[in-house]
Write a protein that binds this ligand. Structure first.
Ligand code: 6OD
Length: 466
């Protein structure tokens, strides 16, 4: 039974809910759900801890971040097992990406924060400089697709900037957050600096509405993001959101086709397509369209299916496969449930073509192992097609021309553009989306800017006549 972690203690309070194993569909564990009393207790614990934590020199907080990274590495195998149990992720991905990124997030933000200078501007007779103060208590609401990677991606900069936090992982994936709470206790992090509570959207809603919360960071759907924004608007609290996407991949005939097919297989099917950065719309230059489709479909058949996170999400993805058929798509491969995977929440990796750009399939985020492929004739047309979306998180461009790579990348309406690669990350760079894909940027100093507020101090220096 998972219990909340509040003020350094395990708290068994609130009703209980089940977490399901996506591979088998059976109950994996039971978890306490935060009601308003639990949320209040967690926020009060964070408020009590915040001033002492904020008062530490940033170099000391950075040292705590490194201890947390060490603690993650010491519990590496447990974290891998917990993450796989909740999500059904492949072992290789979990060992090489999800859990190592947790430790890397803490190490990166320890460096970035400790080395960051404050601004100072000096004119004759006037000195202006800034000091940055943490927001106070930050609500950290984490999705189910990359639970540990994204929790730590938010926690590391929030903590090193001097905030105390209340974390709510997704109801589907609480286990790595529970282990992280244990790690906080094991390394001796001051009680109340990190608090972890569990529950559904209702618990998240109670948390963001709590008057003791000074800022919210959230990754998830655009609909939930705009609900959170409304909830904090009366209190005028800052939010950092990474929301939905309908990411485009643009493949030019001058690309290295082997690399483009390889990269596209990753960008469409990694994590069962359940990464906000996954590509769902592909535009391929006409001379290579048929060959690209054939090769992508063949490769899709070799991709090991990964379970969707829940029965409900699987149903949603399957409903889009049905929709593709009813909208008149040609299914190049997939479109159903893998024959040997009736148990659990599996769906087939799927490639379709032939739908209009304004079809629901081509405009709504599906968040599964699926893409639509369409041909284009000119560079401008490709850019227009890629940009014709309400969303603007990420895009990929595959080309052998350096000029074209820069030209197209700079015209794409997305917060992140990859050229001849996908999901290569430098944690110092800004990360986030435009249009309905989010507000604000995390990454590097942009994260520190979100989790703190500057005060500008201006001093008039009288000229000495000596
Ligand atoms: O890699 C990251 O830092 C990041 N924020 C990934 C987000 C993925 C969303 O599903």
């Amino acid at each position: 039974m998972l219990t909340h972690f509040i003020g350094g203690e395990q708290v068994a309070q609130g009703p209980v809910f089940p977490v399901y194993d996506p591979v088998t569909g059976s109950v994996l564990r039971q978890v306490h759900e935060a009601d308003s009393a639990v949320v209040d207790r967690a926020v009060q614990a964070a408020r009590a801890a915040a001033p002492g934590w904020a008062a530490l020199p940033v170099t000391e907080r950075a040292a705590w971040m490194r201890r947390l990274a060490d603690g993650i590495e010491a519990r590496f195998d447990d974290l891998v097992a917990a993450e796989i149990a909740d999500t059904g992720k492949p072992l290789e991905q979990t060992r090489t990406l999800d859990i190592p990124r947790g430790a890397a997030n803490f190490r990166a933000f320890a460096e970035i924060a400790a080395q960051r200078p404050d601004d100072a501007f000096h004119l004759p007779g006037v000195l202006s400089y800034t000091v940055r103060r943490p927001l106070g208590v930050v609500a950290v609401i984490v999705p189910w697709n990359l639970p540990f990677l994204l929790m730590t991606w938010k926690l590391a900069p929030a903590l090193v900037a001097g905030n105390a936090v209340v974390v709510k992982p997704s109801e589907n994936t609480p286990s790595s957050a529970a282990l992280f709470a244990e790690i906080c206790a094991e390394v001796g992090l001051p009680a109340g600096v990190v608090n972890v509570i569990y529950g559904y959207g209702t618990a998240g809603q109670l948390l963001v509405e709590h008057p003791g919360v000074d800022g919210v960071t959230f990754t998830g759907s655009t609909r939930t993001g705009s609900t959170i924004m409304r909830s904090v608007s009366d209190r005028v609290k800052p939010v950092s959101f990474e929301l939905g996407g309908k990411n485009a991949g643009v493949i030019f005939a001058d690309c290295d086709l082997d690399r483009a097919v390889d990269g596209t297989v990753k960008s469409v099917f990694t994590n069962g397509g359940q990464v906000c950065l996954c590509t769902e719309r592909l535009y391929v230059e006409r001379p290579i369209f048929e060959e690209f489709c054939a090769r992508l479909a063949a490769r899709a058949q070799t991709v090991e299916p990964q379970p969707m996170i829940s029965a409900e999400h699987r149903q949603k993805v399957l409903s889009y496969y049905e929709l593709a058929r009813s909208e008149g798509a040609k299914i190049l491969t997939g479109g159903g449930v893998p024959a040997d995977r009736e148990a659990g929440y599996f769906v087939e990796p799927t490639v379709v073509t032939g739908l209009s750009e304004d079809s629901r399939f081509n405009t709504e985020e599906i968040f599964g192992p699926v893409c639509h492929v369409a041909p284009f004739d000119t560079e401008s047309q490709a850019v227009d097609l890629a940009n014709a979306s309400e969303y603007g998180l990420a895009a990929t461009v595959w080309t052998g021309s350096l000029d074209r790579a820069h030209r197209v990348a700079q015209r794409l309406e997305a917060g992140l553009v990859w050229v001849n690669t996908w999901y290569l990350r430098d944690l110092r760079t800004p990360f986030g989306g435009v249009k309905l894909s989010g507000i604000g940027r995390e990454g590097g100093t942009q994260s520190l800017d979100f989790y703190s507020e500057p005060t500008t101090i201006t001093i008039k220096l009288e000229q000495s006549d000596a």
